[in-house]
Write a protein that binds this ligand. Structure first.
Ligand code: ZN
Ligand code: ZN
Length: 202
């Protein structure tokens, strides 16, 4: 399943009146299930477990500061060799929640980290901000390892396990086609023994 928006079953809210009454920091914790893929940066990030979310909330009836910590594990094709690379997401985000009536008197209502709610003295749902945080946390490039040697541009093999033996010099694509034809010619020789794998070291 590909998620184009946050999973329907995410329950991620707290009681704002509790925060206002306590007068200090309150911590909340959720495990949000995600079993499927997210498409981003032109690639597919696969999730099989939960997104662990911690939120630290402080404020009064006119404003809340919500620090969100998002952590999750995913897999994504390695940017160099396309094999499965693991990705560990751990990121912190800060959002400001304000009631509409109060926010209208502030200059910074266009602030992208500002979330407007009807009132802070009620159930505050932060699942949209958690989803946004998760998407922002997806890196454009992930490598299977820092030493990944990628795919050989000449023979197309992944070079991490063994060296394919290509020289590393640029091949003119026209010669590449010629080389393919020659290989085909050799493959088509009748009665050939079949030991010719095409791996000949140059
Ligand atoms: Zn790789
Ligand atoms: Zn090669």
């Amino acid at each position: 399943m590909i998620f184009l928006e946050k999973p329907q079953n995410w329950q991620c809210s707290f009681d704002g009146s509790e925060v206002i009454e306590s007068g200090s920091c309150l911590n909340f914790f959720w495990m949000l299930p995600i079993d499927g893929e997210i498409e981003h940066w032109g690639q597919t990030y696969s999730f099989t477990e939960n997104v662990a979310v911690k939120a630290t909330v402080v404020g009064d009836s006119s404003a809340f500061t919500v620090d969100i910590n998002v952590s999750a594990d995913a897999t994504v094709p390695c940017a160099r060799c396309l094999s499965v690379a693991t990705l560990e997401i751990i990121r912190d985000f800060r959002y400001f929640y304000r009631p509409l009536a109060v926010a209208a008197s502030f200059e910074d209502v266009e602030d992208e980290d500002l979330v407007l709610v009807q009132s802070l003295d009620e159930e505050i749902d932060i699942s949209d901000q958690v989803w946004e945080s998760l998407i922002i946390s997806l890196p454009e490039k992930v490598l299977c390892s820092a030493e990944c040697r990628g795919i050989c541009p000449f023979c197309g093999r992944v070079r991490n396990k063994d060296d394919c033996g290509c020289s590393g010099e640029a091949i003119d694509p026209r010669f590449e086609i010629l080389a393919d034809r020659k290989q085909e010619d050799r493959d088509n020789v009748p009665g050939k023994g079949g030991n010719q794998s095409g791996n000949s070291k140059k």
